[in-house]
Design a protein around this ligand. Structure first.
Ligand SMILES: [Zn+2]
Length: 223
């Protein structure tokens, strides 16, 4: 099949294990060109199943552990790099937009977008000084299209902060990886894969960690 991130031909992940030892991996492909791992189209959840699953996510803004998880991302990937108190687009905000309170408390503007729970289109009609994609990239059916649109909507000097867990390289470790087992997680980016995909859109990597977070900046125009 074709890689949904970069368009190159992708190969079965099962073929990477000795003698197809891990046949369960036959529902995934890895792209030899960009490294993206995708769930085959036949296994993608229906929109109804996807929405139902999101409603079951226990992402309660009042849960101290969940709040701490979100604050750690904002403090690491957004606050050091975004203009103070700027407008922030939360792309894929989910049923309980918990980032709203965290950003508002710090003086930032907040606009949610979610195809199921905040489906307005006004966010597409302007540019943004900051966009956060928090645990959303792994849900994207067409990640290349989405990342390209977001990069285009960043204003010069704007910041794009993403968090998605980087998968284990080894097929056996990937197979037992808990993050893979969520039926709505349809694609996985290694750090190099996500860095390459976003930098190809003209953004520059300005922050990274080894688990799940990257932050990019759109360079100001130069004459
Ligand atoms: Zn690819």
């Amino acid at each position: 099949m074709i890689c949904r991130l970069c368009g190159a031909p992708a190969r079965s992940l099962a073929a990477e294990s000795d003698g197809y030892r891990f046949s369960e991996l036959s529902c995934y492909e890895r792209c030899p060109s960009c490294g993206y791992i995708q769930l085959l189209e036949d296994y993608l959840p229906s929109a109804l199943n996807e929405r139902t699953r999101y409603l079951l996510h226990r992402n309660d803004p009042a849960d101290p552990g969940y709040r701490k998880w979100l604050v750690s991302f904002i403090e690491e990937a957004l606050l050091p790099y975004a203009k103070s108190a700027c407008a922030v687009l939360d792309f894929g905000s989910g049923p309980n937009p918990a980032l709203q309170g965290i950003l508002s408390e710090r003086g930032y503007g907040y606009t949610p977008f979610d195809p199921f729970f905040a489906p307005g289109e006004a966010w597409r009609a302007r540019t943004w000084p900051a966009i956060v994609v928090h645990e959303v990239a792994e849900h994207l059916r067409f990640p290349g299209v989405a990342l390209s649109e977001l990069a285009g909507l960043l204003e010069p000097g704007g910041v794009l902060a993403l968090r998605t867990r980087f998968p284990p390289e080894d097929p056996a470790d990937f197979l037992s990886w808990h993050y893979r087992q969520d039926s709505t997680h349809v694609g996985f980016f290694s750090k190099a894969c996500l860095k390459g995909a976003v930098e190809a859109l003209g953004l520059k990597l300005i922050h990274e960690n080894d688990e799940d977070t990257l932050c990019f900046k759109k360079e100001p125009y130069t004459l």
